[in-house]
Design a protein around this ligand. Structure first.
Ligand SMILES: Cc1cc2nc3c(=O)[nH]c(=O)nc-3n(C[C@H](O)[C@H](O)[C@H](O)COP(=O)(O)OP(=O)(O)OC[C@H]3O[C@@H](n4cnc5c(N)ncnc54)[C@H](O)[C@@H]3O)c2cc1C
Length: 474
């Protein structure tokens, strides 16, 4: 019992989980005069579902009308344009197609279109073979019709999540990584949150722990939920296919989800997947021979010449599928000041801005928080060395000789960009963290050639950061 109180830290709001929901909520909450901390159990933020998904901003025709998935999908979709400008994150409205391979499937396309209209989606139409061919000449010739959604897009989920976190940190939110929360209980009108880095006393808690959201909800509320982990496996194809497809291309959805997609990424690679497999272990992000075979055979229905030999990587993500088959959002009915973002599976990336906005609004109202007058909405992402003006390049060469040297040959990433990724607020601490921020190691060799150099830079930078921190606390 006494143990619960050692190293007690008082905060207004504690967010559990640094995925897209936790980081977006952190940014929204940083608009208020609140003392906010975010706890992430992994070495870096964006380590759960938010790092392993199809990266599509869904139009909103797929979710059942009346569900929270439908409502937040459509609202979130409309927020990305402004947010990506504020956060300096590339976004492409590349449209999407759902294909029908036989005449008997066409009524299902029309049903999806009608469903989309009921959800408030605009820009939906059914197109025929000629129009499909004009838009996407590499799609299977067996396609007879498609649902076109003009309001669909793609972005880097890593960059968007990290930009939200960095901007939240710039506006005062404190991020703790390697900080696992393992117990939450209510005492004297506060939440006592026990973690691997100490015990916190919070006025409000935001449960954004992805596949573990049910665990925390069930610790504090009698209204119980269960997360049924559902894995999705992918292939990622080389950038030489960057121009192969313009749109994200779907097959008709099934009861398990949206089916296999072929989608370009904003970085020029092509995603093929995901599978939908119910699994027992929430952390099981392994790929399997059987799963990848399914991705290949299903992907070939869309792209008959699918060039598997040019896959540079396979990976998997685990969806936080809730037994209620919808998002569970907001304050738990019997746990005051405990807010859930539970069961946020697809279209959770699309819905994230709207979920974060509503959660922050609810929390700030309950805590009677006032708006911060000096909130800074604009964030600058790390520029590529190649894209810089000559004057800026010369300055870096003079001030930091050697930093202009390219470390990642595949993606053309310099030493300077890698250092920046480490030095940023909520900066990278691992090779994976560097990959997600500046793409060093994301190319065709998958860091085989640059991992040692990246590690050396990490070691140099982090040793000096820790030495500096140690000096400050001496
Ligand atoms: C295969 C797949 C494809 C998808 N495709 C799309 C798509 O194309 N478009 C779309 O809109 N959505 C898509 N989604 C859904 C989207 O990725 C998720 O809805 C979204 O990423 C959920 O974000 P989150 O922050 O809730 O969860 P997560 O990203 O999982 O974040 C939760 C975080 O909590 C941390 N955590 C857990 N337990 C603890 C603890 N005890 N203490 C501290 N931290 C903890 C985890 O480490 C993790 O970082 C897809 C999902 C998957 C898996």
């Amino acid at each position: 019992m006494k143990d619960w109180y050692c190293k007690m830290i008082d905060v207004d709001v504690l967010i559990v989980g640094g995925g897209i929901i936790g980081c977006s909520a952190a940014r929204e909450l940083s608009k208020f005069n609140l003392n906010v901390v975010l706890m992430e159990k992994e070495t870096d933020i964006c380590s759960g579902q938010s790092k392993a998904n199809t990266a599509i901003i869904h139009g909103g025709y797929d979710a059942k009308p009346g569900t929270l998935k439908a409502r937040y999908n459509v609202r979130g979709n409309r927020m990305f344009g402004r947010l990506c400008k504020e956060l300096d994150v590339p976004l492409r409205w590349n449209t999407s197609l759902v294909l029908a391979f036989s005449e008997k499937d066409v009524p299902q396309l029309e049903a999806l279109r009608q469903q989309g209209i009921r959800n408030g989606v605009t820009g939906l139409s059914i197109i025929g073979r000629d129009e499909i061919n004009r838009r996407e000449p590499h799609v299977s010739k067996k396609t007879v019709a498609a649902l076109l959604s003009k309001q669909s897009g793609i972005l880097s989920p890593f960059k968007f999540t990290i930009a939200n976190a960095e901007n939240a940190a710039e506006n005062g939110v404190v991020f703790h990584r390697n900080a696992e929360v393992f117990g939450i209980k209510r005492e004297e009108s506060k939440w006592i949150v026990k973690s691997t880095i100490g015990t916190f006393r919070a006025k409000a808690v935001l449960n954004c722990a992805g596949v573990y959201t049910d665990t925390f909800n069930n610790q504090v509320s009698a209204v119980r939920y269960e997360i049924l982990p559902r894995r999705g496996q992918y292939y990622l194809l080389d950038k030489k296919y960057a121009k192969q497809f313009h749109a994200s291309i779907f097959q008709l959805p099934t009861h398990m989800g949206k089916g296999t997609v072929i989608s370009p990424t904003v970085d020029g690679t092509v995603l093929v997947g995901p599978t939908a497999e119910d699994i027992m272990n929430r952390d099981d992000t392994r790929t399997t021979v059987e799963g990848l075979k399914k991705v290949f055979s299903s992907g070939k229905k869309i792209w008959e010449e699918l060039p598997l030999q040019d896959a540079i990587k396979s990976f998997a993500g685990v969806r936080a599928h809730c037994n209620q088959n919808d998002f569970i959002l907001g304050e738990a009915p019997d746990a005051p000041f405990f807010f859930n973002a539970l069961g946020v599976e697809s279209p959770g990336l699309t819905a994230a801005p709207a979920i974060a906005l509503d959660l922050a609004r609810q929390v700030s109202e309950r805590l009677h928080a006032t708006c911060k007058m000096d909130f800074q909405p604009f964030h600058h992402s790390i520029p590529t060395f190649e894209g810089m003006r000559e004057k800026q390049k010369r300055r870096i060469c003079t001030e930091h000789p050697g930093d202009e040297v390219i470390v990642c040959q595949c993606e053309g990433v310099t030493r300077w960009e890698i250092r920046e990724a480490i030095r940023r607020p909520v900066g990278a601490r691992t090779i994976d963290g560097i990959k997600r921020r500046v793409r060093a190691g994301m190319g065709s060799c998958q860091a085989r050639l640059c991992a040692i150099q990246i590690n050396e830079i990490l070691e140099e930078e982090l040793t000096s950061t820790f030495a500096h921190t140690a000096l400050k606390f001496k």
